[in-house]
Design a binder for this molecule. Structure first.
Ligand code: GLA
Length: 500
């Protein structure tokens, strides 16, 4: 009994580090673009144990474990991310006035070494939560009558995007046939932002010396330009968000000549709950309407809070329906084939967005990329290429610019397609077009070639067709009878346009 008592007492009171760390510490990691990511370690010492929080951009970890000796300490921080727990580990020691730490932000991530200095208590704390506006319906901006087509920097470049790369993409799009095929937007994703100037205006970091000049350049190619921000104080990559500056930022975007805004929840997570998203997104919806420039509004909050039910009411033209896509067959199909039930929420001006294209990024073969393109077209999803447009194979360019498939994507009825049948790993999807024709995707998710059959009555066709167009072979197909069977390559697709 006595020994248990001593054991409990020891674990509560045993010091994990002999020195006193009490205080607020900040460590800056250079991100290589002239900006820094700051980690705050707020460490109120309780007795001889280290407690408190670690904050990296919008992520707060509560310190749940500490151990150590006179030579150094190890802290474990824990955060709930949805229903799963994320942990970070910090090892460190005091060296004079400096706190030297080495962090592992995921179990499999490399160690990052940092030097932290004492900063005033409260520095780095999140801004306070502002009251939310009452809900109303933001007027339709009239944009995106067809699913937006363009390019976005994130999938290929992430934090490495800069002015020169964006100009290069505009040059490529304007000359390689993509523009003629309907691609229009050149979208800069996260990591262009610096802090704010003394009047609170958002500024660009050194990768983007002059955003207005860049917008002028993109416009001079007959294209449009998009930008990225967050309703929170920080973006997902830890850059400056629009929190408390929504109208000011919308005005800045309009002055620069921006045509498209992707608005990513991330940093808002510490201030607002999911059921408050509609009000939060309405703030920027209103701000864009007041900006005096038509700016396509793209909501990015990973499909939470049934965004399809209210996305249009905050002025949204597109809304993400899922978490981030990766350049793999598993990721792409998990997302793409899960969109069936959202079809009723899509209409001209308002689209479900299962995330950007990975076509050409190297993680899938050409059959798999044809499946990606076909499925996104049937889903009436935005077609935002995510590869390096300056440098792609002829096959990839042909996949991205297949006019017959793009015609399906851009069909003016704006009806999202649905799954009509599934048998094992084979699925048939159909999208009804404005003229009563039907686009049909015969998909083989299996890893060997397989027969796939479609029965016309399932697809919404009123009459038995005798002819169809195959949109990847660019050939006419004769058929008769109540169904049609094709051999579909492994992970591939046969895509038909069938006119009764
Ligand atoms: C989130 C979004 C991505 C991308 C990154 C940028 O993860 O879902 O599409 O914008 O943020 O940090």
């Amino acid at each position: 009994m006595k020994s248990i008592f001593f054991f409990v007492l020891m674990t509560i009171t045993s010091p994990c580090y002999a020195a006193d760390l009490t205080g607020n510490w900040a460590a800056k990691d250079p991100l290589g673009d002239g900006t820094f990511r700051t980690t705050y370690l707020d460490l109120p010492q309780e007795g001889e144990r280290i407690t408190g929080t670690i904050r990296i951009t919008q992520f707060y970890y509560k310190i749940v474990e500490c151990s150590g000796s006179a030579d150094g300490f190890t802290l474990t921080g824990s955060m709930m991310d949805g229903t799963s727990e994320r942990r970070v580990k910090y090892e460190g020691k005091l060296v004079g006035e400096e706190l030297h730490v080495a962090a592992r932000r995921r179990a499999d991530a490399p160690l990052v070494e940092m030097v932290a200095h004492r900063v005033p208590a409260g520095e780095g704390r999140y801004p306070v939560r502002r009251p939310l506006p009452t809900l109303h319906k933001v007027a339709d901006n009239g944009l995106a009558r067809r699913p937006p087509m363009g390019w976005n920097s994130w999938n290929k470049f992430a934090g490495r995007v800069d002015d020169a790369a964006v100009r290069g993409m505009a040059d490529a799009m304007a000359t390689n046939g993509m523009k003629e095929a309907g691609y229009q937007y050149i979208n800069v994703d996260d990591t262009w932002e610096a802090g704010r100037d003394e009047r609170g205006n958002i500024t660009t970091n050194k990768k983007f010396p002059d955003m207005k000049a860049l917008a002028d350049y993109v416009h001079s190619k007959g294209l449009k330009i998009g930008i990225y921000s967050s309703p929170g104080p920080n973006t997902c990559a830890g850059y400056e968000g629009s929190y408390g500056h929504e109208e000011q930022d919308a005005k800045t975007y309009a002055e620069w000549g921006i045509d498209y805004l992707k608005y990513d929840w991330c940093g808002a997570r510490n201030l607002y709950r999911d059921d408050e998203m509609r009000a939060v997104y309405q703030i920027m919806g209103d701000a864009l309407m007041k900006s005096g420039r038509p700016i396509l509004y793209s909501l990015c909050q990973y499909g939470r809070a049934d965004v399809w039910k209210w996305g249009a009411d905050v002025g949204g033209n597109t809304w993400r329906t899922t978490g981030d896509i990766r350049d793999s067959w598993d990721s792409m199909t998990k997302i793409g084939f899960a969109q069936d039930e959202l079809a009723e929420w899509a209409s001209p001006g308002h689209w479900n967005d299962p995330d950007m294209l990975e076509i050409g990024n190297g993680g899938m073969n050409d059959d798999e990329y044809r499946t990606h393109m076909s499925l996104w077209a049937i889903l009436a999803a935005p077609l935002l290429a995510g590869n390096d447009l300056r440098n792609m194979t002829r096959e990839i360019l042909e996949i991205l610019t297949n006019r017959e498939v793009i015609t399906i994507s851009q069909d003016k009825a704006g009806k999202q397609g649905r799954r009509v049948s599934k048998s094992g790993e084979q699925e048939v999807w159909a999208r009804t077009l404005f003229d009563g024709a039907v686009a049909i995707g015969m998909f083989n998710r299996g890893s060997a070639p397989a027969q796939v059959s479609v029965t016309w009555t399932e697809t919404g066709l009123k009459k038995t067709p005798h002819e169809a167009r195959e949109l990847w072979q660019h050939s006419d197909v004769k058929m008769n009878g109540a169904e049609y069977t094709a051999i579909v390559p492994a992970h591939g697709v046969v895509m038909l346009r069938v006119t009764p």
